[in-house]
Design a protein around this ligand. Sequence first.
Ligand SMILES: N[C@@H](CCC(=O)N[C@@H](CS)C(=O)NCC(=O)O)C(=O)O
Length: 280
Amino acid sequence: MLDNISSTKVSGGWHKQYSHQASSTHCAMRFAIFLPPDTNENNKVPVLYWLSGLTCNDENFMQKAGAFKKAAELGIAIVAPDTSPRGDNVPDQDSYDFGQGAGFYVNATQAPYNTHYNMYDYVVNELPAIISEHFPVNDKKAIAGHSMGGHGALMIALRNPKNYVSASAFSPIVNPINCPWGEKAFSHYLGDDKNTWAQYDSCELIKHASSAHYIPIRVDQGEADNFLTEQLKTENLFNVASQKNYPIEINIHPGYDHSYFFISSFIDQHLQFHHQHLSA
Ligand SMILES: N[C@@H](CCC(=O)N[C@@H](CS)C(=O)NCC(=O)O)C(=O)O
């Protein structure tokens, strides 16, 4: 059952928020959906899933990215889940980069996180099933995200290339097994065995990808992003993609930082990129 929290008309379509009891994360989860104008059973639309970054919930992208006009024009629904399980019973830590608001889109294997922190299953399986049951969408899906959500979008698309026609990311954490944010999150959620970490690392997944399952990927990165050198490591993605001839377009933008100002500057291009594949 879905509880409707809000419905707001925007760009001729609707922005709506919902809450529901999730079986993968064993807690109430909130998500937001944008439905473009004239979406109905006779006019089903494709869906772009958007995964947000550290500290975010379903609202940051919807309020700050400025995506609605273009998505309305192109006829694309956008679904933005929360970034972690939440609630009083959900284990947390007093830090912005771990725990609630920082689920890293993995299935945790370690206590006390393994009951609730199953964002991989939630995003890959549970949420798409809910969206197709309750909304007039077709079976075409693309996935995008920012920072931790950029890691989520690339990693999920690389592991499930048949589910998504295309993937894109702003400022993604491309090699979480080799950066402080990823090392902290993966050691708590997944334990010490680094072999299990690799299945959630985009660079590692590309290293082992078979060209029969390549999908088109676009990445945009601000050169003035404070997290670029220590956390994001776009260069590692460039190197591994070049070695494997993986079809990734990487655009570096002088002057732009890590914020939603950057995302809002290039979101139209990402929507256009996905539209090309969603409507093929
Ligand atoms: N200094 C930031 C670090 C976290 C951060 O930059 N979060 C990014 C994603 S990694 C974000 O989207 N923040 C929320 C926003 O800008 O709306 C904070 O504490 O919020």
